[in-house]
Design a protein. Structure first.
Length: 282
């Protein structure tokens, strides 16, 4: 019997794992246990951890290859760590829209490991959406219409200062952006993505980075995309995580969207984020 325990947060998504110190316990059995829990629950949470930046990187390397973001600057010494430091007087926030991390990459991030250093006394939760459950609940007709079509993803709206919605997502004072060509790059991915390990199908579009369906205009795409966003974020497909200092969340971007609540102005929130290199969605 395992010494570790997973307690689901909701029927479809999210589980808290107990009995593991990520800084010292990650032997092969523990890594296998976490991988399996991630496949089952989409996002797993740990409480009471204490991770230096190097330990955070070491944890990430047990599960994949940490990547350096082409647009958002990492810390000076460890470019693979993005420090999401939102001061008390900063109204703008990072991640405050449903998204799958870096879906605009040709090979979007496999997973994300987020570590809470400083948490507001109230607010600052993160919401997660189960895109497998959302796909399963579609009608047969909608599934067959979506299977086989692709959507265009790009950072140009979310991260481009010239983009009309740019300011909505940018936390100018909290994060530094490198305005490379990656901002304007467009990549087409299947609207229904098959997880390479579990074989499960998930809806793979998100309102932060998906622009339109391939070979369709924005206007033609919008009604169906809006429907898919509204459907995927129905409360029964979501869970909500209330952070404490030392909490860690590890989510699988291949089948999960997330949304960072921006409801704590007047308090600081500091998170360290590492994303793992992913594969080409199929
Ligand atoms: C993110 O979108 O990657 C950050 C989520 C959060 O800060 O809760």
């Amino acid at each position: 019997m395992s010494v570790w325990e997973s307690r689901p947060l909701a029927a479809g998504i999210g589980a808290e794992i107990f009995g593991l110190d990520l800084s010292s316990d990650l032997n092969a059995d523990a890594v296998r246990y976490i991988r399996q829990a991630l496949l089952t629950h989409g996002v797993v949470f740990f409480r009471g951890q204490k991770l230096s930046e190097d330990q955070h990187i070491a944890v990430a390397k047990k599960f994949g290859e940490p990547e350096v973001h082409p647009i958002v600057e990492g810390t000076e010494d460890r470019p693979e760590i993005i420090r999401i430091d939102k001061p008390a007087d900063e109204p703008a926030s990072f991640g405050t829209e449903w998204h799958s991390d870096n879906s605009f990459f040709a090979r979007p991030s496999l997973g994300t490991i987020l570590y809470a250093e400083e948490i507001p006394p109230v607010g600052g939760d993160t919401l997660f959406a189960d895109m497998y459950g959302a796909y399963d609940a579609l009608s047969g007709g909608m599934k067959s219409m979506l299977d086989g079509i692709r959507a265009i993803h790009s950072a140009k709206v979310a991260y481009d200062p010239a983009g009309s919605a740019g300011a909505k997502f940018r936390g100018e004072a909290t994060l530094k952006y490198k305005y490379s060509d990656a901002v304007h790059e467009e990549n087409a991915h299947p609207v229904v993505r098959t997880h390479p390990e579990s074989g499960r199908k998930a809806i793979y579009v998100n309102p932060m980075f998906t622009l339109r369906f391939e070979n369709m205009t924005d206007a033609e795409s919008k009604p169906l995309l809006d429907y898919l966003y509204q459907h995927s974020t129905r409360p029964e497909f979501t869970c909500r995580f209330h952070w404490q200092k030392g909490s860690v969340a590890f989510w699988d971007n291949r089948g999960v969207m997330h949304y960072a609540m921006n409801d704590y102005v007047g308090h600081r929130r500091v998170m360290n984020r590492i994303t793992l290199e992913g594969d080409k969605p199929r």
